[in-house]
Ligand binder design. Structure first.
Ligand code: T5A
Length: 233
């Protein structure tokens, strides 16, 4: 299966990071900013976005019954992703939209891979099937210490199933994001410990530096896919 980075007229931007890093906040702000530039924007999130995805999200985050083991958790996030890519992301990209997603495949490598210990090679094979080879044009990893992210959320009710895994688990996840960002030319680490406005400024700067060629390109023109997929390196 061939990689599909930049193979459609639209652009696919993903925000990643540990719990409370500010992904939803920055995804919203980024989408508004892009709309202000006259670009068609689809804002979405994972797991979720589709009917089946929202039901899987509920299971993953709030299931209080029998324990969900790591293989089951992996296959659930990928099942949600298969619908997400086919029902939301690809159709939007084919119509020339800029898709801004709060989480995508890097979450699976970080949480199920670095966090749960499932091998990256195994995840890569299954994820490739779920995504039909789709890769983000740009992945912004919002980075801050996991304690700071959890503290931001402490007023927001009880922790969900994954947040409750504890600090060691979340530190492995953070380390995973930083490791992967160092290996992927389409990923960038954005320090996320500052005020929302400061983080927004950094996000805009990265998007401007890396994507300006795309919003100046004639409408409907695919950007050539240049980078190898992570698992092909
Ligand atoms: N998951 C997901 C997997 O295990 N594998 C996968 O493949 C996928 C796709 C999803 C869970 O599923 C797991 C990972 C997750 O555990 P989620 O709710 O989408 O759950 O993810 P969370 O990280 O839990 O999302 P949050 O909404 O809690 O965090 P965000 O989006 O990073 O943060 P945000 O923007 O909602 O902000 C949190 C709070 O901080 C404030 C906000 O106002 C808000 O109150 N805030 C700031 N405060 C100070 N300074 C800033 N710069 C701030 N930015 C935001």
């Amino acid at each position: 299966m061939t990689a599909e980075r930049g193979a459609t007229p639209g652009r696919f931007l993903v925000l990643e990071g540990v719990e409370g890093a500010g992904k939803s906040t920055q995804a919203r702000r980024l989408a508004e900013w892009l709309r202000g530039r006259g670009l068609p924007v689809v804002e979405t999130r994972e797991p979720g976005g589709t009917g089946v995805g929202e039901r899987i999200r509920e299971l993953l985050l709030h299931e209080r019954g029998p324990q969900i083991g790591a293989p089951t958790e992996l296959l659930l996030v990928l099942a949600a992703r298969a619908a997400f890519v086919r029902e939301i992301v690809k159709p939007a990209l084919e119509q020339g939209a800029w898709v801004v997603s709060d989480r995508f495949a890097p979450s699976t490598f970080a949480y199920q891979g670095f966090g749960r210990g499932i091998s990256r090679d195994r995840i890569a094979v299954l994820n490739d099937y779920a995504t039909d080879g789709l890769l983000p044009d740009l992945c912004l990893v919002l980075d801050l210490p996991v304690e700071d992210g959890l503290a931001r959320k402490s007023g927001g009710g009880p922790h969900d199933r994954i947040e409750s895994e504890g600090l060691d688990f979340l530190r492995r996840v953070r380390r995973g994001y930083l490791t992967m960002a160092g290996e992927d030319a389409q990923a960038v680490v954005v320090p996320a410990g500052g005020l929302p406005e400061e983080v927004e400024r950094l996000v805009r700067r990265e998007v401007s530096d890396r994507m300006a060629g795309a919003w100046n390109a004639p409408s409907g023109q695919p950007r050539p896919s240049a980078k190898p997929r992570r698992e092909e390196k």
